[in-house]
Ligand binder design. Structure first.
Ligand code: ADP
Length: 256
């Protein structure tokens, strides 16, 4: 494992990165960014220094969920991450563009160059850095895997996907990169009826558990579709969401 930010450290002794976890998914829209954000919030509530490196360069959604706008600043020593209301450090392409609604139409090598700089040139100071990976298991994800030394990955899947195939691809990619898999998070598993409290499994039950078992991986959480969570995310106030389905996942990341 390469020494992270070795050059930066000479100028900024406080720059530091502890454990690094990548959050991956088979495709976009399954809640990869949501899980990344929720993991960061959960770890922050436990008192850790936490950062989010938004490597989903062409579809960055992290700053908006945390209500972070504007442009990041830097000095000769490096680029400063922007900081959320509860103190979570964030770096994303959206914080570098003059206009956050500008599309990012960069090709693969440019994207991986940016992600690499998010790793080497940003003055992180965190015990846990979460990397919101590009969706899928294609070349962009692969180059991110190669740019950042990950300590582990968390796979996010929703039950309406071909879960077993998604998991299989992610497992193979992780094996190729020699990165351990922490476990699976199933998102959008069910909705709870607001009147009677019954859980409705819209897309069927048990698919993620089956895929997990086949690969000897733990299911870290089954997260429901929660309109309150969606509303807070849209409002840029994800840190106010009180629930957390990711306590077991957080225990695992802490090595418990
Ligand atoms: P991805 O990163 O996989 O592309 P996102 O995390 O951006 O997906 O989620 C896609 C959309 O679904 C977002 O608008 C997000 O707020 C919403 N969403 C994700 N998970 C949930 C959930 N468990 N409950 C409610 N809304 C969710």
């Amino acid at each position: 494992r390469q020494e992270p930010q070795s050059l930066l450290k000479e100028h900024h002794p406080e720059a530091h990165i502890g454990k690094v976890f990548g959050i991956v998914s088979g495709k976009g829209g399954v809640g990869k960014s949501m899980v990344t954000s929720q993991l960061a919030v959960t770890m922050r509530r436990r008192g850790h220094q936490v950062g989010i490196l938004d490597a989903d360069v062409t579809g960055p959604s992290i700053p908006k969920a945390f209500g972070i706008h504007g442009q990041a600043t830097g000095s000769e020593a490096g680029l400063y991450p922007m900081v959320s209301k509860t103190g979570i450090q964030v770096m994303s392409t959206n914080l570098l563009l003059p206009n956050e609604t500008d599309p990012v139409i960069w090709r693969g090598p440019v994207i991986s160059g940016v992600v690499q700089q998010f790793w080497t040139d940003v003055l992180w100071n965190c015990d846990y850095l979460f990397v919101d990976m590009p969706p899928g298991t294609g070349d962009v994800s692969l180059s991110v895997f190669q740019s950042i030394p990950l300590d582990g990955i968390v796979i996010v899947a929703s039950p309406q996907e071909l879960v077993s195939m998604v998991v299989e691809k992610a497992v193979k990619m992780a094996e190729m990169m020699e990165v351990p898999i922490v476990g699976l998070v199933e998102n959008m598993s069910y909705v709870t009826c607001p009147d009677c409290g019954k859980q409705i499994h819209l897309f069927g039950q048990g698919k993620t558990a089956e895929a997990a078992e086949r690969h000897h991986l733990p299911v870290l959480a089954e997260m429901p579709i929660d309109p309150a969570l969606a509303a807070l995310t849209d409002a840029g106030d994800i840190e106010s969401f009180q629930g957390s389905w990711l306590e077991a996942a957080a225990d695992k990341l802490e090595g418990k």
